[in-house]
Design a protein around this ligand. Structure first.
Ligand code: GAP
Length: 487
């Protein structure tokens, strides 16, 4: 698939626009247009429905080691600065960066090989005449901001670089305000911000994006089985919505890529068309985080000691006394099992997905060009977005064949009835074939046409976007017919 064609369709049909485009755009920021906002919302709603609201905590889900509960949160983007000190982001959330002294270009060191010099696009960074790259240095990806009127360090806060920490710091609140018992999961979706050095590949690497994260708390002895469950469950979620086949894969990290406490980490990856042949980009990571996060927020920022175990990082003050580098909250974030009486810090399995990367993968997967007959029966190339009906921005379009003989009135009546339940579109402008093509490009699974026969027998045609088959149904059954097919 040609990525340029998809990018141009996204703009032309209103899926994605560059942010602040009339002022020349802002690198790494994207706006979702009228179709894009519906698509992304449908993806997020499918995730929330399938992971949280629709989860049956009374039954053992397929493949799960036991029954479990799921609940949700919606935390603030700006949190207490100590959150990021204890989580490790303040010290460690860095990429190595280099500058070119001649053209002032700036790159992530690990992106150098695949980047181009802005002055001479045929050249790699640093390949100017007389050019020199600076020594690599750390660049923290968190966006700083100021809270209130306080200046300097006192008022300095950060836009969250992940939604996960809001869940960890609310662990006790959720336990105390609900009756959830380990094992259980807390889900959150929302904006995250990273000051990426080289944002690129359309929305793949943006500076403002949305995450869909679950922190699943379990007993340490069960973490391996829960890890395997979530890894497989999340993979199935993508395939159930139409990301299937060769382009999607699950990649287990090698043992030497894992933190010492981890029982496993896997990435769900997609072969985005902008990547070189054979390369995949991460859609979601499923990580075993052990008790790292809850302990950090309890005790202070943790580091690995010589034996490879986690302990609070200590520094010396002026008097030579040792103190924690970043103090934890001091709150008790342990869990007590009411039946066994055991008290422990739960282990965490974290399926962490990006809503924008998922949206981009669904857009890439949906794009097809095929041959379809026009009104004269001649084969023409058509662009069709084959979205799964659950995530399609519009579920149906209602089209009167002509703008007379009472057809618009019947079509409008059907449109209004459908609109009470679904995102639908009404279109009476232009030749019917061109109207179908517009809906194919928007990925609308069904077109409902009111024609001459409707006036005599009150039936309408329904056209299937993918098979191009058409069949007639009584106008009064249209809502049920569409509902059965898109939900
Ligand atoms: N809490 C763990 C965490 O944030 P991550 O791998 O850094 O893990 C999780 O991010 C997901 O968030 C990624 O798999 C990706 O889908 C999305 N993501 C991360 N950085 C992104 C960026 N700059 N632009 C778009 N999506 C991003």
């Amino acid at each position: 698939m040609d990525m340029d064609k998809l990018v141009s369709l996204c703009k032309r049909r209103g899926f994605l626009f560059q942010s602040s485009e009339i002022y020349g755009g802002l690198n790494g920021f994207w706006d979702y247009g009228p179709l894009g906002v519906e698509l992304k919302r449908n993806i997020k709603e499918a995730w929330w429905q399938d992971m949280v609201r629709g989860h049956d905590e009374l039954a053992v889900a397929a493949g799960a080691p036991g029954a479990y509960e799921m609940t949700g949160l919606d935390c603030t983007i700006i949190m207490h600065p100590q959150v990021w000190k204890c989580s490790g982001h303040y010290d460690l959330f860095v990429d190595k960066m280099v500058d070119c002294k001649e053209c002032q270009g700036r790159w992530r060191v690990d992106h150098l090989a695949s980047s181009e010099c802005p002055r001479k696009p045929s050249k790699r960074p640093g390949e100017h005449d007389k050019c020199q790259l600076t020594e690599p240095r750390d660049f923290n990806l968190m966006f700083p901001t100021t809270v209130g009127a306080l200046s300097g360090e006192e008022g300095r806060a950060f836009l969250r670089p992940e939604t996960a920490q809001g869940i960890f710091v609310n662990f006790k609140n959720v336990l105390d305000s609900t009756r959830v018992k380990v094992p259980f999961g807390i889900a959150q979706m929302g904006k995250s911000f990273r000051n990426e050095i080289t944002p690129r590949n359309f929305t793949f690497r943006s500076r403002e994006f949305e995450q869909m994260e679950i922190e699943f708390f379990c007993h340490p002895s069960e973490s391996r089985t829960w890890y395997e469950y979530w890894r497989d469950r999340r993979m199935k979620w993508y395939t159930s919505l139409g990301l299937a086949g060769q382009r999607l894969r699950l990649r287990e990290h090698e043992q030497d890529e894992l933190s010492h406490y981890s029982v496993g980490t896997a990435d769900i990856e997609y072969a985005f068309p902008f990547l070189p042949e054979g390369e995949y980009g991460e859609l979601e990571g499923i990580a075993h985080r052990g008790d790292f996060d809850l302990r950090s927020h309890m005790e202070g920022k943790l580091v690995k000691n010589a034996e490879g175990c986690l302990e609070v990082e200590m520094v010396e003050d002026e008097q030579g006394r040792k103190r924690p580098k970043w103090k934890g909250s001091g709150r008790d974030l342990t869990y007590r099992d009411e039946i066994t009486g055991e008290r422990y810090v739960p282990h965490v399995i974290e399926p962490s997905a990006g809503a924008d990367r998922a949206t981009l993968a669904f857009l890439c997967e949906a794009y097809h060009e095929d041959q379809a007959p026009d009104e004269k029966g001649e084969l023409q190339t058509r662009v069709v977005m084959r979205f799964h009906p659950r995530i399609a921005p519009l579920k149906a379009a209602v089209l009167p064949l002509v703008k007379k003989d009472g057809m618009p009135e019947i079509a409008q009546d059907i449109y209004r009835k459908l609109k009470l339940r679904f995102a639908v579109f009404y279109d009476e402008k232009g030749a019917i074939g061109r109207r179908y093509r517009r809906q194919d490009e928007a990925g609308t699974p069904y077109c409902i046409t009111v024609d001459g026969q409707t006036l005599s027998d009150r039936t309408v045609t329904i056209r299937d976007r993918d098979s191009l088959q058409q069949w007639r149904v009584p106008a009064e059954n249209v809502v049920d017919e569409i509902a059965n097919r898109v939900t």
